[in-house]
Design a protein around this ligand. Structure first.
Ligand code: CA2
Length: 146
C-alpha cells in the first residue's frame, strides 16, 4: 500500500465537468481538478491520482485497485451515490479513510439526491463547495492520515 497516495475517484458524466451545465457544476474541468489537487498534495506531503468512469463495475474495480495502491479515497460517485450498493460494498472492503465529495449542494436539489449509500461508509461528506470541495477533502485527508 502507498502510504501517502490518495485516489480521487469520479463517477458518470463528470468527464463533462466544465463543458456543460456551468451554472450547476462550474467552469473548471476534471483535468483542472486533477492539476489543482496534485499541486496541493505536494504541499501536504501527499500524492494524488484522479480517475473517472461512466461505468459502475469499473468504479468498483477502481476501488479494488485502491486497496493495494492508495492510503485513502476521495470519491464523487455522481449519480451512483444515490443508487449503488455495489460501490458501497467495495468501499466497505477498503481499509483507509473515505471522503465523499459533491460539487453541487445535493440537499438543495431533488429529494432523490438527498440519500447517499456512500455516506454509510464515508468519514465525511462535502457538498455544495464547487470543485473546491476536492481540495477541502484533500486537506482533511492529510489530517486523517497524520
Ligand atoms: O454534485 C455532484 O457532484 C453530484 O455528485 C454530481 C452528479 C449528480 O448526479 C449528483 O446527484 C451530485 C452528476 C454529475 C454530472 O456531471 C456533469 C458535469 C457537467 C455537465 C454535466 C454533468
Amino acid at each position: 500500500m502507498h502510504s501517502r497516495t490518495i485516489h480521487i475517484l469520479n463517477g458518470p458524466n463528470l468527464n463533462l465537468l466544465g463543458k456543460r451545465e456551468p451554472e450547476i457544476y462550474g467552469r473548471d474541468t476534471l483535468e483542472d481538478v486533477a492539476r489543482t489537487c496534485a499541486a496541493l498534495a505536494v504541499e501536504l506531503g501527499l500524492e494524488t491520482a484522479l480517475y473517472q468512469s461512466n461505468h459502475e463495475g469499473e468504479i468498483v474495480e477502481m476501488i479494488h485497485r485502491a486497496r493495494e495502491a492508495a492510503a485513502g479515497i476521495i470519491i464523487n460517485p455522481a449519480a451512483y451515490t444515490h443508487t449503488s450498493v455495489a460501490i458501497l460494498d467495495a468501499l466497505n472492503a477498503f481499509e483507509g479513510p473515505v471522503l465523499e465529495v459533491h460539487i453541487s449542494n445535493v440537499h438543495k436539489r431533488e429529494s432523490f439526491r438527498h440519500h447517499s449509500y456512500v455516506s454509510l461508509r464515508a468519514e465525511g461528506v462535502i457538498a455544495g463547495f464547487g470543485v473546491q470541495g476536492y481540495e477541502l477533502a484533500l486537506r482533511r485527508m492529510a489530517v486523517l492520515l497524520g
